[in-house]
Design a protein around this ligand. Structure first.
Ligand code: S3P
Length: 444
């Protein structure tokens, strides 16, 4: 078991980039594999989760060349995959299992999707329900509809699905299945979740129709092969943004980072907490991306709830750490989804913050964090969850005394190189930060 030792860090002054976006990398390799020709994907995230999706597509007959770790040449199969030789291992990746379920529901063969111990506890009923209604047969072998998931695909009928959860994974599974039906398939979600699938369907010229919270796709459509660039992951940048925001005198510039409006809630929350954030979208090619600059100061508590939750769902562990470092109370509510992520993140955050001396109340669907008291160094577990490991590594930069984080191998699922970047940032001080012309302030 690998552990990290973290000590109180200095003021951060740096310009950085972060690895490719995880959600977008999964979708790029799936849609390219379904397309009618060859697509070059650059900026691909070479993390375990995205490699699980890449290997799954290979096992389903898609030929993929990898001339560089972040470059894939995908030879699409015009929606016709082939039966895999054995089980498909999705590793730790819920996105791999749920998105592939949508595609496999329409393939004329049987597939068994398996995962690691954490994925084997995660709920699959959310994709089983709509895909069964479309005509596929899906059987969960684990308790309470948990993986392994056996899918017997076939001819699907279109569906208008009212999803009970604001989940981009559920929405994407249904929309991907919808490409194979003989009609129009729609998903209405209770609030807006990330829209990368919609944007990518548009980029691959099988554009969905969007009407408020309802997205629909026409069936019998094959994605048109096109090259695609994956921008940096704002969820990975969030760790450094909080590290800088909570430290007066810090100044961080993150370039080439994805600035999709369904993912930048973390910036809005940091602005509410008192951080000074400037951002600019420089390119919009399928996805928008650009630069974010943040200057550290004293943070104050805030409330994160309701419609904002899906937009910050993966950033809540690091925002909880920001809450502990801020003066006053930070409330997170309507976030029961955190209990069914890679671990029960509400419980994991509360346990680790308490070990650091923070007063926290855990509610059914959130946390109340009474911030502003000095954090104590402690020995913490990652609970096998990459975002818990990274969020508490950042907390460790603010503690008196040493912090140890155990079981950190899981970070490779989303952010290979995180610890090396951490070490570089704490040793390379006083960098000159280039001025990005006309970088406007983010208003609340
Ligand atoms: C993801 C969607 C989110 C997010 C996950 C990635 C995606 O999950 O938490 O890390 O790529 O679609 P849900 O859609 O289940 O909320």
């Amino acid at each position: 078991m690998e552990s990290w030792k973290i000590e109180q860090g200095p003021v951060l002054r740096a310009e950085i980039t972060v690895p490719g976006d995880k959600s977008i990398s999964h979708r790029a390799v799936i849609l390219a594999g379904l397309s009618n020709g060859t697509c070059k994907i650059t900026g691909f995230l070479p993390s375990e989760d995205c490699l699980s999706t890449m290997q799954a597509m290979c096992a389903l007959g898609v030929e993929i060349e990898r001339p560089a770790p972040t470059t894939l040449i995908v030879h699409g199969r015009s929606r016709q995959l082939t039966a895999p030789a054995g089980d498909i291992d999705c590793g730790n990746s819920g996105t791999t299992m749920r998105l592939l379920s949508g595609v496999l529901a329409a393939q004329p063969f049987r597939t068994r999707l398996v995962g690691d111990a954490s994925l084997s506890r995660r709920p699959m009923k959310r994709v089983i329900d709509p895909l069964t209604q479309m005509g596929a047969s899906l059987q969960a072998e684990g308790p309470k509809n948990a993986p392994p998931l056996v899918i017997q695909g076939g001819t699907l009928s279109p569906l208008h699905y009212h999803s009970p959860v604001a989940s981009a994974q559920v929405k994407s599974a249904v929309l991907l299945a919808g490409l194979f039906t003989h009609g129009r398939t729609s998903v209405t979600e209770p609030s807006q979740s990330r829209n990368h699938t919609e944007r990518m369907l548009e980029w691959f010229l099988v554009g969905p129709h969007i009407d408020g919270l309802t997205v629909s796709v026409a069936g019998e459509k094959t994605p048109e092969s096109r090259d695609f660039h994956v921008p940096g992951d704002i969820s990975s940048a969030a760790f450094w943004l909080v590290a800088a925001a909570a430290q007066p005198g810090s100044h961080l510039l993150v370039t080439d980072v994805g600035l999709n409006e369904t993912r930048t809630g973390v910036l809005a929350v940091l602005v509410r907490m008192g951080a000074h954030v400037r951002e600019i979208i420089e390119v919009e090619e399928g996805e928008p991306w650009g630069a974010v600059e943040i200057q550290g100061g004293k943070l104050k508590g805030t409330v994160i709830r309701g419609k904002e939750i899906p937009n910050v769902i993966d950033e809540l562990p690091i925002l909880a750490v920001a809450g502990a470092l801020a003066h006053g109370t930070t409330v997170i509510a309507d976030a029961a989804e955190l209990r069914v992520k890679e671990t029960d993140r509400l419980a994991a955050i509360a346990t680790n913050l308490r070990a650091m001396g923070v007063n926290v109340t855990e509610t059914e669907d959130g946390l109340e964090i009474f911030g502003g008291t000095p954090l104590k160094g402690a020995r913490l577990s990652s609970f096998g969850d990459h975002r818990i490991a990274m969020a508490f590594a950042i907390a460790g930069l603010f503690t008196e005394g040493e912090t140890i984080i155990d079981d950190v191998e899981c970070v490779a699922t989303s952010y290979p190189g995180f610890y090396e970047t951490l070490q570089r940032l704490v040793t390379e001080r006083n960098q000159e930060i280039p001025v990005v012309a006309s970088l406007p302030s983010r208003e609340n």
